[in-house]
Design a protein around this ligand. Structure first.
Ligand SMILES: NC(=O)c1ccc[n+]([C@@H]2O[C@H](COP(=O)([O-])OP(=O)(O)OC[C@H]3O[C@@H](n4cnc5c(N)ncnc54)[C@H](O)[C@@H]3O)[C@@H](O)[C@H]2O)c1
Length: 369
């Protein structure tokens, strides 16, 4: 793979190849993705449109709602002439449009995920995860009452609901209850996701609705715009500008990094075959690496790909809260998703990083929002 386009093509083929049965089940139906203009939206949207073009079945009719609080991405605007895509500017914290269609599948991905930005918009973040979610759940109930039932609903929670797990709870199973601050700088995100999950399980149970929950663990890859301020785009921005990589922690926190193409397969599997009222970890079990190791990997890879001459340097962030409540270790157990859904992430972190850096080379410009 040499160009960003090669990477996208390979990823879309991989995603659709692993979702044949799920996408076949969705063929001819209406899918709504709320918050589809973000990082996860990038492949959630493109995978469906790629399936429509290549599978030779009835198309999946896709509608995207987004309030574009993180900007209007060019990749999405470029897709607007697709006959099976409707783009609608809509803020999910406002009442749903009166002319809303009958959707059989709904994905609620509308919540700012980058810590720098959700701390800038804490109230909006809570509202999207609680009030926005609530109106979508009410819609599911109304549709059921009207005899037009929703067949699958996916709410994006987060691995952050576990907070900073105690050592014996790492790697972390879905049954771990969490160690989370309810007033710290990340609480607007973590706590609204926790309450969002509570809303989901109770709507699922009380009204017998097919509502499921994903807990993503550190996804990375194409679609995560270079201005996002999460760690990997920051590193890529430094590399592609020919600067040293600036690390804003001491490099010791560890994570397992799940390449986006694998994660997207997991999300659609939850939507279609996940169990009602259940939450699934979506990530990868190994390797658990430190931020310092991640930075070194990016340096080595960039030497090979771009003849990069830089190195890793440490700096303190100007933002005093940058690392407050940042978990020291994060690593999932994904046995439940493997067993219930057949989720089986196969793309290694090294291969994922290679694809990601190639993609960033072709996507160096993005709105700073
Ligand atoms: N990327 C990850 O690794 C990760 C990890 C944990 C959880 N998640 C969750 O997955 C979901 C998607 O994450 P992402 O990385 O794509 O986030 P993102 O910030 O890149 O994108 C979120 C999108 O939602 C939109 N949005 C925000 N508030 C909205 C509102 N009120 N109405 C309509 N649209 C709104 C934004 O404009 C943006 O397009 C989020 O719920 C996030 O919390 C992601």
């Amino acid at each position: 793979m040499k160009t960003a386009q090669d990477v996208i093509e390979a990823d879309l083929q991989y995603i659709c190849g692993n979702l044949k049965s799920e996408f076949s089940q969705m063929a001819g139906k209406n899918l709504l993705i709320v918050g589809g203009a973000g990082f996860l939206g990038y492949y959630l949207v493109q995978a469906v449109l790629y399936w429509n073009k290549t599978a030779g079945t009835q198309p999946i009719h896709l509608t995207v709602y987004d309030n574009y609080i993180r900007g209007v991405p060019e990749w999405l605007t470029d897709l607007k002439s697709d006959p099976n895509l409707v783009l609608q500017r809509h803020d999910i914290t406002h009442p749903l449009p009166e002319d809303i269609a009958d959707f059989q599948y709904i994905i609620h991905a509308a919540s700012i995920a980058s810590p720098i930005f959700y701390r800038k918009y804490p109230i909006e973040t809570m509202d999207a995860n609680v009030n926005g979610l609530r109106s979508l759940l009410e819609y599911c109930k109304q549709q059921k009452d009207a005899g037009k039932p929703v067949e699958g609903f996916l709410f994006y929670s987060t691995s952050e609901i576990y907070g900073d797990p105690t050592p014996e709870s790492i790697p972390t199973p879905e049954t771990y209850r969490g160690n989370v601050s309810c007033t710290g700088p990340r609480a607007c995100y973590d706590e609204s996701k926790r309450y969002g999950e509570t809303l989901c399980v109770n709507f699922a149970e009380q009204y017998e609705l097919p509502i499921k929950i994903a807990r993503p663990f550190n996804n990375f890859g194409p679609g995560l715009k270079i201005t996002d301020r999460r760690v990997l785009p920051d590193f890529a921005r430094d590399v592609l500008a020919g600067r040293d990589i600036v690390m804003l922690s001491d490099g010791s926190p560890t994570r397992t990094f799940c390449y986006i193409a694998d994660a997207i397969v997991g999300y659609y599997k939850i939507l279609v075959v996940g169990h009602r009222g259940e939450a699934y970890n979506i990530g990868i079990e190994t390797p658990e690496i430190s931020m310092a190791t991640l930075a070194e990997k990016v340096v080595e890879l960039s030497k090979e790909l771009f003849d990069y001459q830089g190195r890793v340097v440490r700096q303190q962030s100007d933002d005093k809260a940058y690392l407050v409540d940042n978990p020291n270790r994060r690593c999932p157990i994904i046995t439940k998703a493997r067993n219930d859904l057949g989720y089986d992430p196969c793309i290694s972190v090294d291969e994922g990083l290679r694809r990601t850096m190639i993609w960033y080379q072709g996507n160096q410009v993005a709105e700073d929002a």
